[in-house]
Design a binder for this molecule. Structure first.
Ligand code: TYD
Length: 215
């Protein structure tokens, strides 16, 4: 039985398979009769999609880390007010491909802005807005980056600025996500993403049913 609508986010480094898993989960929830708002970050509202382009395109050093953190917070504030809160108040399940934790990992840890500073910026931008549940898909860095490159190879010139950052950057992201999962074990479910699509989706559905869909 489908329960009350929830706000669920998917997080992880590059090539972890978030987008595929989130689409499969949306299909499954719709089959259960839920209305689903499938969204993503950076982006998810018209204004935030414009900021996404600024953030993902161009040279690796196009922006200062602090500018990135501020733009992401600006985009997220718009996305929260104009897409996420309205969908939740209509009773829709909101599934979001990346959210707050990506800024903690990418800007706070990876880009060196500092976790506390990133948290402060986000609080100024939109107050407190926590997902009900976050799936963190974990993968060794080299596996994730080679998956991401294969994906990009198929689409040509899709690689974003962050994918081009160095190995050390990606390793620090992984550690940051593992740290978040450890600090917030109620909100976060850590999953080993080094497996096939169906097995991983099976684990996601199992966790969701266990948490919310018991009749
Ligand atoms: P996207 O194409 O959605 O990549 P992925 O498939 O890896 O999710 O691009 C999002 C990129 O933006 C990704 O490299 C992570 C980065 N990002 C941040 O650096 N900080 C953030 O807060 C968010 C939401 C994303």
């Amino acid at each position: 039985m489908i329960g009350k609508a929830r706000f669920i986010t998917f997080e992880g480094g590059e090539g972890a398979g978030k987008s595929t898993q989130i689409r499969l989960l949306a299909d499954w929830l719709r089959k259960q009769g839920a209305t689903v708002c499938l969204t993503r970050e950076p982006g998810g509202s018209p204004g935030a999609e414009l900021i996404r382009d600024l953030l993902l395109k161009g040279d690796v050093d196009r922006w200062l880390p602090i500018s990135e953190a501020l733009m992401l917070a600006a985009a997220r504030a718009d996305h929260v007010e104009r897409t996420i809160r309205p969908a939740l108040s209509r009773g829709e399940w909101v599934l979001c491909d990346r959210f707050y934790d990506s800024s903690i990992a990418y800007q706070g840890a990876g880009r060196g802005v500092g976790v506390e500073r990133v948290k402060e910026i986000q609080t100024i931008a939109f107050g407190k807005m926590q997902p009900d549940l976050t799936f963190i898909l974990d993968l060794p860095v080299e596996v994730g980056l080679s998956r991401a490159l294969e994906r990009e190879g198929a689409k040509s010139d899709m690689e974003d600025r962050f994918e081009r950052m160095d190995r050390k950057f990606h390793e620090s992201l992984r550690q940051a996500f593992l740290g978040i999962a450890k600090q917030e074990p109620v909100r976060c479910i850590l999953l080993d993403a080094d497996k096939d699509i169906d097995s991983l989706q099976g684990e996601i559905l199992h966790a969701l049913e266990h948490r919310y869909l018991k009749s």
